[in-house]
Design a protein around this ligand. Structure first.
Ligand code: ADP
Ligand code: ADP
Length: 224
């Protein structure tokens, strides 16, 4: 069944069109790579799917519900309760410890601190971060920080993980390790992943890919 869908989405920043008719769909549990050159509109499309940006025209759906016509309160509840996010630069809060960063989405969802930290803990072993729970995030290496960001994206068991160039700031070996962890954790909990990348080596972890060029989705194919 289709979980995430964009149909003929357009969006302009001022008079600059960023999306000129982009369509895609992702099934529940699927890993979909959104590929294309820099500036083609990949991030903008991801932000539309995630209810962060409102398209000028077209339709965005999550689980059959229209996201593009939702009010801001309903959208932010959707982002908080159903979506997880991982970006190129982990965007951890550097003053907080690793475990506090991972627990953040749970705290924002109203969970009490002790329970949130307890739910965060298994992710440290799962992602090879044992012993780093109390480390200030600003003191982590790039690969460690990105695994912490991944744990934070998945800790609330989101239906959809939006990952925008999640390995873009890492060397290729570390990037591959992060992608392997991302894919196995997502598969384990049946999370749909929308993976924006311009790197074919990263897209190779996906089930299918859609190509964005000049604001349009041009093709969709199965990864061999
Ligand atoms: P990609 O993710 O493929 O690199 P983006 O979606 O980030 O592409 O950008 C698509 C186009 O929209 C680019 O021309 C970019 O400069 C422009 N753009 C993106 N975000 C903004 C913004 N906040 N304000 C103005 N222009 C933007
Ligand atoms: P990405 O690597 O994901 O395409 P960028 O580094 O291009 O992202 O952009 C980072 C942020 O800046 C995004 O939030 C994007 O919307 C915004 N942005 C991108 N291009 C422009 C632009 N021309 N003017 C203003 N903001 C932009």
């Amino acid at each position: 069944t289709t979980l995430v869908e964009a149909r003929d989405v357009t969006l302009s920043f001022g008079s600059t069109p960023a999306l000129r008719g982009a369509s895609l769909s992702a099934e529940a549990g699927e890993i979909l790579a959104v590929m294309g050159p820099s500036g083609s509109g990949k991030s903008t499309l991801l932000h539309c799917l995630a209810g962060i940006l409102t398209p000028g025209s077209g339709e965005v759906r999550f689980d059959g519900r229209r996201v593009d016509t939702m009010g801001e309160a309903e959208r932010s509840a959707l982002r908080r309760d159903r979506f997880g996010f991982v970006f190129q630069f982990g965007q951890l809060v550097p003053e907080l410890t690793a475990e506090e960063n991972v627990a953040l989405p749970l705290l924002l969802g109203g969970m009490r601190r002790g329970a949130a930290v307890r739910q965060a803990h298994p992710w440290f072993e799962r992602l090879g971060l044992d012993g780093l729970e109390r480390r200030r995030s600003g003191e982590l290496s790039g690969g460690q920080a990105q695994r912490v960001a991944l744990a934070r994206g998945l800790v609330a068991s989101p239906r959809v993980l939006f990952a925008d160039e999640p390995t873009g700031a890492l060397d290729s070996l570390t990037g591959e390790q992060v992608m392997e962890l991302l894919v196995s954790a997502a598969r384990e909990q049946g999370t749909t992943v929308i993976l924006v990348t311009h790197e074919p080596r990263v897209a190779a972890y996906a089930d299918r890919e859609v190509i964005v060029r000049d604001g349009r989705t041009t093709s969709i194919g199965v990864i061999s």
